[in-house]
Design a protein. Structure first.
Length: 357
């Protein structure tokens, strides 16, 4: 898909911070991240569980619940700050401008309502009363768009397979032709064949609407095939953003390298890699570079100075001192991190062992 990256961004996130407050202090689930989504673009988020991917999209939808709170930043949709909208304006924006395909279609549909009533609820709430015949035709067209028979409208969720439920969720999310579709692990709990079919349906609907899409998932192979650009999150921080092909072939941040090197390779026989240690406890995270306790390249400078987001080349940003301040590493003379031996080959494996797109 061709994306016009020179045009004004559809969505612009600036210095977004989302904290969950506890008696022990704030859990910084999303901490000062910035990125853009271009018109018609598919943007993927990858990272370990708990890194802040879902919290980010919940903030975009303004669905953060207590004890969570959006602490700061701006979320601009076509230049309009979502955070400045009142509750009614935000409610009207959901579904019509920004829609969500939730994680786990099995639990997202009301079990005691027919499919047509659930889709109609979204349409009528935002567009007002619609003649019954016109509404039924609209619902039938939506279901056929996601490769389902119009007869599914009269069925209850328990009468549908997992793949059919996910397609119904796609139909509901796109019923009002939103500008931005957010898909939170849209193929989780589905078998591989159904995953492929559902993703093809989702991409077809997104392209038909000329919408942008944010895709969240743990299936990095799927992300590599679907996304135009990818953002890598670690412990509430965005550590690398690049075009999909470039990121999977030449990841630059040590965390991106380790994450991608953990994928099985179709070109060579090797054990799946792992990342030493555990993600940090966000009530008491490491100082400055959050990845330094697990990084094979870390030096004292990493513990003492927060890494800025550094522009390597057009469209490729990363937050690593080794790339933004290489002179510090030349003078240090090598890593002082205990994780070095376990991750020494991550960068080479990541760039040589995987096929994308």
């Amino acid at each position: 898909m061709t994306v016009a990256i020179d045009s004004a961004p559809l969505l612009q996130i600036e210095n977004l911070r989302v904290y969950y407050w506890t008696q022990a202090g704030p859990v910084k689930a999303v901490d000062d991240i910035s990125f853009t989504i271009n018109p018609k673009e598919r943007f993927g988020f990858i990272g370990e569980s708990g890194c802040g991917k879902t919290t980010t999209i919940m903030a975009i939808l303004r669905l953060i619940k207590r004890p969570g709170r959006i602490e700061g930043g701006r979320i601009l949709l076509k230049g309009s700050d979502i955070l400045s909208l009142n509750d009614e304006e935000m409610r009207q924006s959901r579904w019509s401008r920004i829609s969500l395909i939730p994680q786990g279609a099995m639990n997202s549909l009301n079990p005691v309502m027919r499919v047509q009533d659930q889709i109609a609820d979204a349409i009528v709430t935002h567009r007002g009363a619609v003649p019954i015949r016109e509404l039924r035709e609209r619902i039938g067209d939506l279901l056929e768009t996601v490769q389902l028979s119009a007869d599914v409208a009269d069925m209850y969720p328990h009468e549908l397979s997992g793949g059919m439920k996910q397609r119904v969720c796609i139909a509901m999310a796109t019923a009002l032709e939103p500008e931005l579709i957010i898909a939170d692990e849209p193929t989780s709990a589905l078998d591989v064949v159904v995953q492929k079919a559902v993703m093809e349906t989702l991409i077809g609907v997104q392209e038909r609407l000329n919408a942008s899409m944010i895709l969240i998932g743990h299936d990095m192979g799927m992300t590599a095939q679907v996304a135009d650009r990818v953002g890598v999150m670690y412990a509430g921080k965005l550590v690398e953003v690049a075009g999909t092909r470039e990121l999977f072939r030449q990841p630059q941040h040590p965390y991106s390298q380790a994450l991608i090197s953990s994928l099985p390779s179709i070109r060579e026989k090797k054990r799946g890699g792992g990342i030493p240690g555990l993600p940090p406890f966000l009530l008491n995270p490491p100082q400055n570079c959050l990845f330094h306790p697990r990084c094979p390249h870390a030096i004292a400078f990493c513990r003492e100075t927060p890494p800025p987001m550094h522009r390597l080349r057009p469209g490729h940003m990363t937050a690593c001192h080794k790339l933004s301040a290489p002179e510090q590493f030349d003078s240090a003379g090598g890593s002082d991190s205990g994780a070095g031996a376990a991750m020494a080959g991550a960068g080479t494996e990541a760039s040589s062992g995987h096929q994308t797109r």
